[in-house]
Ligand binder design. Structure first.
Ligand SMILES: [Zn+2]
Ligand SMILES: [Zn+2]
Length: 410
């Protein structure tokens, strides 16, 4: 036991007898000095409680907090950038900024605080904050009032959107035709989804500036080259075709770096799944297109055999379009003649007509879909909803399931 008395180095008053408080419990008079506690280094300076509380500053608060908030999207400017805070209103923003800005003395334990916002005017919220805690075993409390001034501004992103800024343009076109409504709609959907996914990861620079349909397709202006690249790659992945990119120097930024705008030209294939085409220099009958990704693939509607364009022809063999699978008309099967021929009713003249019998023809069927075109009458496979995405599982015979050839990306 230390029998010597200690004195406060600041006021010279004798310190309370420490031997009584060595068990780390606060004294009944609340005079636990905590000086021997290695976990509380700031109380190593052995001054008396009176001197300690003379200098004690419980809450450190700025005189005023200025917050820059984007009037368009509600983002808050912090440090040197704009941050989405997901605040419902400016009071929420004020509370969050105050809790960031206020500091509490390191010695205080069991800190609790309440805040009461007082709307002074449209841009000022006075924050009445009430703090409680325990320091040196003594309950402490403090009330501070901090005015938060909201400055309504426009963040970089909203400014760019308002200024029709774009870094990249995606042109959706098709070879020897115009893109279909389905393809245009899908392109728009991909653009919006891509941007939404990037926004969800906190990327504030991702946005679609404009989507405009033109005579031969669709133009999508986007905020970064990365988005443009993603959209065009996804389109080719889904529909086939090619994409070419070209850079154009548009300006120099403030550091003198050259700024390029990239145009991604997507060229969708000339034929689509579901098209019935007649190949030039070919006498094996029309082909129902199954896939236009990589080399064109399909089914011969005369025999039911597979067709695949050569590497050189790619997705654009020399051919003309006869119609689409959707143009097929359900007609009556009159009689099955043999393994190569079947009689059906011509859907226009209602006369029985002998036509080629493809493999997929079901001899028990009473009706079959047929396509009448300038090259004659052909039996089509039963239509199924999966045509177009080359996946089909349920039909007993499935001319669309022959995937063993795989995709050849020329
Ligand atoms: Zn003292
Ligand atoms: Zn904004």
């Amino acid at each position: 036991m230390n029998e010597s008395r200690a004195f406060c180095p600041r006021c010279g008053e004798p310190m309370p007898d420490r031997s009584a408080s060595d068990d780390d419990e606060a004294d009944s008079d609340g005079s636990d000095d905590g000086g021997s506690d290695p976990l509380r280094p700031s109380s190593e300076v052995e001054i008396c409680d009176a001197c300690y509380f003379d200098d004690f500053d419980f809450v450190d608060a700025p005189e005023q907090i200025d917050v820059r908030v984007c009037a368009q999207c509600g983002a808050v400017h912090r440090g040197n950038r704009w941050v989405d805070v997901g605040a419902e209103d400016y009071t929420d923003v004020a509370i969050e900024e105050v809790s960031e800005a206020l500091g509490v003395h390191v010695d205080v334990e069991d800190v609790a605080w309440q805040v009461e916002p007082e709307q002074v005017d449209q841009n000022t919220i006075r924050m009445h904050c009430y703090f409680t805690g325990v320091a040196r075993g003594t309950p402490v409390e403090e009330q501070v009032t901090v005015p938060v001034r909201i400055a309504r501004q426009t963040c970089t992103r909203c400014g760019r959107i308002a200024g029709d800024y774009y870094a990249s343009i995606v042109q959706i076109r098709a070879d020897e035709r115009t893109p279909t409504t389905e393809e245009i709609d899908r392109a728009k959907e991909i653009a919006n989804t891509t941007v939404a996914e990037m926004e969800a990861t906190g990327d504030r620079n991702a946005f679609v500036t404009e989507m405009g349909e033109v005579d031969d397709g669709l133009n999508i202006k986007v905020s970064t080259n990365k988005i443009g690249k993603k959209i065009s790659n996804k389109m080719v992945e889904e529909f086939g075709g090619t994409v070419n990119d070209a850079e154009t120097l548009v300006t120099e930024d403030e550091d003198g770096n050259e700024v390029y705008r990239v145009t991604f030209a997507v060229r969708l294939p000339p034929y689509r799944p579901g098209d019935v085409i007649d190949l030039a220099d070919d006498d094996q009958g029309p082909v129902l297109v199954r896939s236009a990704r990589g080399n064109l693939k399909g089914t011969r509607v005369r025999t039911g055999e597979r067709y695949e364009a050569s590497y050189e022809e790619g997705n654009a063999p020399d051919a003309r379009k006869l119609g689409e699978r959707e143009d097929g008309v359900e007609t009556t099967v009159v009689t099955v003649e043999d393994e190569n021929a079947v009689q059906v009713l011509d859907p226009e003249t209602y006369q029985a007509k002998t036509v080629a019998r493809p493999e997929y023809f079901d001899p028990d069927a009473e009706t079959v879909p047929v396509l009448k075109s300038r090259v004659g009458l052909h039996v089509l496979p039963d239509s199924d909803p999966d045509v177009g995405d080359d996946a089909d599982a349920n039909a007993p015979y499935d001319p669309y399931a022959n995937r063993e050839g795989g995709e050849t990306d020329a």
